[in-house]
Design a protein around this ligand. Structure first.
Ligand code: IPD
Ligand code: CA
Length: 264
């Protein structure tokens, strides 16, 4: 794979660090894909959700590798590891754990690095396709080293990933295709590379760990990310905060989504 070579903030080559970590996690979790062992529930995480065995294996590897770097870590299962650093990595070691457990090949490692509250680098590794997405604030978004961009379409021709428990269902009749792939970080990356035109989760359920990397990817690919009222979405350094997310390829589709959610 062609790799980019750039400064991403701090004194570490984060692109190398994160890519090699993702590959190591891949090697460890691969034999567990679609197995009862991988999907075994082993407890609950900081926000009260089930932790599966695969989540634990992936997270332990990530923490083992990132902790010696001295940065703070916010990870989906354990929450905050505060090492007093100005840098914080917000990670989801496996986004799409349920998919993983039942053998649906849509899941990823998601990593976003912040300096205080400002994003400096994000990356997402889609294990089964080997796609490595990266975003650098002000520089752009990349897939395996090549620039990617959102791909707006007329709203009635759009494909939208839409998670709801009833809010805004009128949206279904206003777009062409609705997708719910079970790994929102991957779905945000798909929006960033133009495969779909929006990602909406209106359940007040996603956490910063699920979306931190994807939000930067979408923004750097030219998309817009707001809350359910159309206000610019702020991603906090937390594994517990519940939020809604509306990410769209352009203003026209965003307007329709917000109308249906009652926010505009
Ligand atoms: C979940 C997935 C899912 C989304 C949930 C997330 P997990 O992450 O991204 O698509 O609907 O909100 O929690 O638990 O598989 O890491
Ligand atoms: Ca997860």
């Amino acid at each position: 794979m062609e790799r980019r070579d750039y400064e991403v903030g701090g004194d570490l080559p984060w692109n190398e660090v994160v890519y090699s970590l993702a590959k190591d996690i891949e090697g460890l979790v691969k034999p567990l894909f679609g197995t009862p062992e991988g999907g075994r529930n082993i407890g609950t995480n900081v926000s009260g959700d089930v932790t599966k065995y695969v989540d634990k294996v992936a997270e332990e590897t990530a923490i083992e590798r990132l902790k010696p770097l001295g940065i703070n870590i916010v990870s989906e299962e354990v929450g905050l590891i505060d090492q007093g650093s100005e840098y914080t990595a917000v990670i989801d070691p496996i986004d799409g754990s349920y998919n993983f457990a039942v053998g649906i090949p849509i899941f990823a490692f998601s990593f976003a690095l912040f300096r205080t509250e400002k994003p400096v680098y994000s990356a997402l590794y889609e294990f089964t396709t080997g796609r490595y997405y990266e975003a650098i604030p002000g520089e752009g978004a990349y897939l395996n080293g090549s620039p990617i961009h959102v791909s707006p379409s007329e709203p009635k021709r759009a494909a939208v990933s839409f998670y709801t428990r009833g809010a805004g269902t009128g949206l279904i009749g206003r777009v062409k295709r609705v997708r719910v792939l079970g790994a929102i970080a991957v779905e945000l990356a798909y929006l960033a590379r133009g495969a779909i035109q929006a990602v909406v989760d209106a359940r007040n359920y996603v956490r910063p760990t699920d979306i931190a990397a994807g939000v930067l990817l979408v923004r750097e690919a030219g998309g817009i990310v707001t809350d359910e009222r159309g206000k610019e979405l702020r991603v906090h350094l937390s594994a517990e905060e519940n939020m809604n997310v509306v990410a769209a390829a352009d203003e026209a589709l965003l307007k329709i989504i917000l109308e249906e959610l009652g926010g505009r």
